[in-house]
Design a protein around this ligand. Structure first.
Ligand code: KIV
Length: 267
């Protein structure tokens, strides 16, 4: 693994990428090994997403994930990343209980980890929280469109089509001081228009090619998804098959006595 990348990407760099027309690539990571691998591949951003509730903990949705669990994973990932901007999700309801509690919780995330920014779900209705955090020097990535923490209110994981609301959320997030916005599962044309109208970069997931960047869940990218593959995912590898094949071979060689061989044994 190469460690030759010298400079860690900063929050202002993200806006610079948009100005320069350079696409931004982001990926989630939840542990040390995956974070080192993702970072060494040269992506611009790593997100310690609360999707870890489903991917790592096997939960039904992201709602049960606690602040302590986010700190645990973000601390590990922060130790691994040397190049990418590292962003950590604020879990439900760590930013819903007033500005002071939100600032205190976001500050805990940054003080206890090497992450450089927080992400939170919401636009118009979270604008005062985004403003409070950015006033405290805490960079915020907003998250509009499909907001998994509002899954019960939204009635399911479905494409969000209310263009007026999506536009208002994106504009309010920028106005409140967010440095970037994740746009999740919205029509490509709406995402393209929002992207053109904003100064700050948009990072799409299920939002088409018109965004300034893209983000995927690490396990989805590598073909490690256990359930149904969301339409917006393109697996770039089939590690699920590779893992099961390797473990099956190991099991068979233990059973046949072929493993361990002389090379794996000591005199
Ligand atoms: O929690 C997460 O991983 C996310 C990304 C998929 C955007 O919010």
């Amino acid at each position: 693994m190469s460690d030759t990348i010298e400079k860690q990407i900063t929050v202002p760099d993200f806006v610079g990428f948009k100005v320069a027309g350079q696409k931004i690539t982001m990926l989630t990571a939840y542990d040390y090994t995956s974070a080192r691998l993702v970072d060494s591949a040269g992506v611009e951003g790593v997100l310690v997403g609360d999707s870890l509730g489903m991917v790592v903990q096997g939960r039904e949705n992201t709602l049960p994930v606690s602040l302590g669990e986010m700190i645990y994973h973000a601390e590990i990932v922060g130790r691994a990343v040397r190049h990418a901007l590292t962003v950590v999700d604020m879990p439900f309801p760590s930013f819903h209980l007033g500005r002071r509690r939100a600032v205190a919780n976001a500050a805990r995330l940054l003080k206890r980890t090497r992450c450089q920014a927080v992400k939170l779900e919401g636009g118009v209705e979270q604008a005062d929280v985004i403003e409070a955090l950015t006033s405290a020097g805490i960079p915020v990535m907003a998250h509009c469109g499909l907001r998994p923490q509002s899954i019960h209110q939204l009635g399911g994981y479905r494409v969000q089509r209310d263009e007026a609301r999506l536009t208002a959320d994106a504009q309010a997030s920028q106005q409140a001081g967010a440095f970037a916005i994740v746009l999740e599962c919205i029509p490509a044309q709406t995402a393209r228009q929002i992207t053109a109208d904003l100064r700050i970069p948009t990072i799409g997931i299920g939002a088409g090619a018109g965004c300034d960047g893209q983000i995927l869940v690490f396990h989805d990218l590598l073909g490690l998804t256990l359930g149904r593959l969301p339409r917006h995912v393109r697996p770039f590898a089939d590690l699920k098959t590779s893992v099961v094949e390797a473990v099956t071979r190991y099991r068979d060689e233990v059973r046949s006595g072929a493993f361990p061989g002389p090379e794996q044994s000591f005199e």
